[in-house]
Write a protein that binds this ligand. Structure first.
Ligand SMILES: [Zn+2]
Length: 271
C-alpha cells in the first residue's frame, strides 16, 4: 500500500533541496552587465588532489562555450568591457597554465571565442598552492606545466588572446614592502609589454587578496581594469574597474550550475 505521507515528505524535501542547490528564485542580474568568467586550467581532474575545482575538463569547457554561443552571448576581451554590448562575456584565465594553449585555445577557435590571460611573469618552479609559507605548500600547482613565452606569442598572434598582468611571482601583495610591492605590480606590466610587444591593460590580484594600497598602485601603474576573485557581476564596470568581481567556473560542477552562475553571478542559495 502507498504511504502518501512519506511520498509528500519526499517531494517537499527534494524540491527544497533543488531550490537551495539551483536557486531558481534568485534574481537574474540584468544582461546589460557584462559577465567575467574566471578559469585556471582546462584539463582532466587528478584523483586525490586539492585543486580539481580549478581543472575544467575539456569536454565541459566545450559544453560551456556551446551553451554561451547558443544563448546569444558575445565574447569580448577584458580591455573591451567598457564598450561591451548586452550579453557580453569576458573569459579570463589566471596564472598561465600550458593547457590554456593546448586544450582551451582550439576550443576558443571552434566557437569564435576570445580570452584574457593573466600571466605570472616568473611562473616556472614556483608554487602558489597556498598563500602560506613555502614549506607549507603542496607543490600541486607547481607540478602543472606552464606556458612557455613562445606559446604565449602564438596565442597573441592568433588574435584569440590578450594578456594582463598577475605580478612577477604570484605575490601576496598586502604583505610586501613598498619596494617589492611596486616591483610586483609595475614591473610585471613593463616585463610583459617588453617581452610580448603588447599593452597589458588589465591586472588580476593574486589569490584575490588586495587592499587599498594595491588598488591605488594598480591604478597609478596605468591598468584600466583589475580582477578580484570576489564572486558576482559588477553593477557598473566603470565605477568598480579596479575591483571587478568575477563569475567562478568550477571543474566539479555541471552545465546547470554554470548556467545559473551566468544568470545570477553565483551558484546556489548560500554560495
Ligand atoms: Zn593566480
Amino acid at each position: 500500500m502507498l504511504d502518501w505521507g512519506v511520498i509528500v515528505v519526499a517531494i517537499v524535501l527534494l524540491t527544497a533541496g533543488a531550490s537551495i542547490r539551483f536557486a531558481w528564485w534568485r534574481r537574474t542580474v540584468p544582461y546589460e552587465r557584462p559577465r567575467i568568467l574566471m578559469y585556471h586550467m582546462v584539463r582532466e581532474p587528478i584523483a586525490g588532489t586539492r585543486f580539481n575545482k580549478l581543472r575544467v575538463p575539456p569536454t565541459l569547457f566545450e559544453k560551456q562555450l556551446d551553451w554561451l554561443t547558443r544563448n546569444g552571448w558575445q565574447f569580448c576581451f577584458v580591455s573591451e568591457l567598457d564598450r561591451a554590448g548586452p550579453k557580453s562575456v569576458a573569459i579570463t584565465f589566471d596564472d598561465g597554465y600550458r593547457d590554456n594553449y593546448i586544450a582551451a585555445d582550439p576550443l576558443l577557435e571552434r566557437y569564435g571565442a576570445v580570452a584574457t590571460l593573466y600571466l605570472v611573469v616568473d611562473r616556472f618552479d614556483r608554487d602558489w598552492s597556498t598563500t602560506k609559507k613555502a614549506h607549507h605548500d603542496s607543490g600541486e600547482l607547481m607540478r602543472e606545466d606552464k606556458l612557455a613565452d613562445a606559446e604565449v606569442q602564438s596565442m597573441l598572434a592568433n588574435g584569440r588572446w590578450e594578456i594582463g598582468a598577475h605580478t612577477l611571482t604570484h605575490a601576496l601583495l598586502p604583505a610586501l614592502s613598498p619596494h617589492d610591492h611596486e616591483a610586483e605590480i609595475v614591473t610585471s606590466k613593463t616585463a610583459l609589454e617588453d617581452t610580448f610587444a603588447v599593452d597589458a591593460q588589465s591586472f588580476a590580484y593574486p589569490f584575490g587578496i588586495y587592499d587599498a594600497r594595491d588598488v591605488a598602485v594598480v591604478g597609478a601603474a596605468g591598468f584600466r581594469f583589475a580582477m578580484t576573485t570576489d564572486q558576482g557581476i559588477a553593477a557598473d564596470v566603470g565605477t568598480s574597474a579596479l575591483t571587478l568581481p568575477r563569475v567562478k567556473v568550477s571543474g566539479t560542477e555541471g552545465l546547470r550550475s554554470f548556467a545559473l552562475r551566468m544568470r545570477t553571478g553565483r551558484r546556489g542559495a548560500f554560495s
